[in-house]
Design a protein around this ligand. Sequence first.
Ligand code: UD1
Length: 414
Amino acid sequence: MYYQINGGKKLFGEVTIGGAKNCLLPLLAVSTAIGGKVVLHDCPPMMDVLNMVALLKKLGAKVCYQDNVATIDAKDLAYFKVDRQLGGKLRGSVLFLGALLGRFKRATVPIRGGCAIGKRPIDIHISAFKKLGVEVEEGDFEVVCNAENAKGGNVCLPYPSVGATENLLSFAVLTKGRTILENVAIEPEVIALERFLVQAGAKIQGIGTNKLIVDGVKTLNSVEFRPIPDRIETATYMVACCMAQGKITLHNVCPQHVECLTKILKGATVDFCKNNLSLECHQKIKGFQVETAPYPRFATDMQSLALSLSTVAKGQSKVVEKVFENRFFNCGELAKMGAKITLSGDFATILGVDRLQGATVKCKDLRSGAGLVLAGLNAVGTTKVLDVFHVERGYCNLVKNLNLLGGEIVEIDD
Ligand code: UD1
């Protein structure tokens, strides 16, 4: 399937942002650690979520998924080995490790290896688990862990990895003794997981900070939870409006989660009222500089969106990528659309053009794909965005919503 975009249409109207993919994936994974029922509201059926649900079912969990509500009952979970074939395709499958190890003291998860945006090793997860006494056998395709002799301890992460923090926390809450985790990630999705676990009966001190003190409990109980709004989806519509121009209102947003983006939108008017955001843009955004880093600095998942925006910003911009090694492949695709980008190592210097030109371009990963859709909204003429299955991993209703706002975009089966 590809998207065909007829660019140059201004955007006006409203969109309601859904539950965050990166919040839902760890919540779905950690539901295997819970003896009772987990009810997750606002769970949009994007591909990554559907795949996590399929993995849960393969593990023996009962899952009812209707009208954006997922109810998971993992009481009688049958296996602690995550399906290699399906799990191998989904980076989020590594998040089952901590939860299964915490509850069953054994877990086997597939190793995904590198992906389009970087090598993505799990060495930080593994060495921290080992420090807590987990025996780890790393094969070519999977990692097999045994936590029979593990207990609480002190771990200081060499880098505040989001996934490693989520995995270790999911493990520590069900592990005997006190675990102190330092230099952990403080991304909003991590904090949501901390709150979810506390609601399930976990004992965690330091919520929202980079040092967590966890006292292991024997079991975790039923919990009903609503994920945080998707800050990357929010950012996508914000940038869409700046590139196509117009006026939009986004409902269900958390203003501080998109502050790193709001700060650079000089030329647009952004107003917040409780959980609603309105953005109006009738001129070019001024050239800007961003450097990706852990929260609350500029999110790497917003980098491709910012790169697209910079191609039509006024004057020069600089985009520096410090989180992943290989997140600039959109430079070539955007160049096909007339963008003026010079890439040197981990940064790109961009000279804004008046408008991009329609072309045929290809997605290589989720967020770069979204960046190309945004470029298409700005471009003169028709843009074909190929391989949009990447985009559908993490967006629900992107095409429908952009059309509702007045964009012209169709999905075409090839
Ligand atoms: C999560 C997000 C992803 C986001 C990223 C950074 C989910 C499902 N995915 O990914 O969208 O881009 O956070 O905000 O929530 N690293 C190591 N060794 C490790 C772990 C990580 O070297 O053991 C490196 C990674 O290769 C990467 C950097 O650390 O360069 C950040 O990775 P991490 O924070 O772990 O990201 P993920 O949890 O994979």
